[in-house]
Write a protein that binds this ligand. Structure first.
Ligand code: PLP
Length: 244
């Protein structure tokens, strides 16, 4: 048996091919799906390799790790990349997250949004996504949205939270994000992606402003997420290898 080790560049190429295939099948333009390479637990060097392969968007899930890695990458790279916070943010960490990241996918309370808004350096706008727990898993972060279609009270609560956050200074609500449950078959999570898309459509009507982004799909399920309308996919292991 030969030892076969794929490089980050090869992995990026393979993921891009899969994105193109999924888009072709869904009748979508591959340019409508943003690839975010989730570099959590991986060193700055791995980010540089992915950037050399053309990746321009990176995701981290812990602010402490971003505080070390992001400046290292910025110094070493001659082109700007965009940093996405994809992990749960505690309100007390908002002041560290606001200046460091360009997009926060995991806004799940008015309190967090208000703290992010207040902590932004002068002149900085922050793009945010509202994280929705549409699967109802107890372990999941996000606003409780498991019954948004059936439960008028839950739906009204979500709408009012979204309206309040959209009104906060220097935050731009750009769409919704979800983390699907871990399952054996990617097909099993399709209803979660459909539900997030439909919730986005409903919220767009309610707010009367566009919510173009659906951040959904990870290594195990991104072709399904693309089929259901994902505009941002968050890929860790398929690019950087297993996390130890
Ligand atoms: C780690 C992580 C990812 C990437 O997961 P993979 O399965 O390695 O692709 C995506 N989104 C969030 C929120 C994560 O924490």
């Amino acid at each position: 048996m030969t030892d076969f080790v794929t490089t980050i560049a090869e992995n990026v190429a393979r993921v891009r091919e899969t994105i193109t295939d999924a888009c072709t099948e869904a009748g979508r333009d591959p340019a409508s799906v943003l690839l975010i390479a989730v570099s959590k637990t991986k060193p700055a060097q791995a980010v540089l390799e992915a950037a050399a392969a053309g990746v321009q968007h990176f995701g981290e899930n812990r602010v402490e790790e971003g505080e070390i890695k992001i400046p290292q990458v910025t110094i070493a790279l001659h082109m700007p990349v965009t940093w996405h916070m994809v992990g749960h943010v505690q309100s007390r960490k908002a002041r560290d997250v606001a200046p460091l990241f360009d997009v926060v996918h995991s806004v799940d309370s008015e309190k967090l949004a208000a703290k992010l808004s207040a902590a932004l350096p002068p002149g900085k706008m922050l793009d945010v996504l509202l994280e929705m727990n549409v699967s109802g898993e107890a372990s999941k972060a996000g606003l409780d949205a498991a019954n948004w279609e059936r439960d008028a009270e839950q739906r009204a609560g979500l709408f009012s939270t979204a309206r309040a956050i959209a009104a906060m200074p220097n935050l731009r609500v750009r769409g919704l994000m979800t983390v699907a449950p871990l399952v054996e078959q990617a097909e099993a999570v399709r209803p979660v992606f459909i539900s997030l898309r439909q919730l986005r459509d409903a919220l767009e009507q309610e707010l009367r402003s566009p919510l173009p982004h659906l951040s959904m799909g990870m290594t195990d399920d991104y072709p399904t997420a693309i089929a259901e309308g994902a505009t941002m996919i968050r890929i860790g292991r398929a690019i950087f290898g297993a996390r130890v």
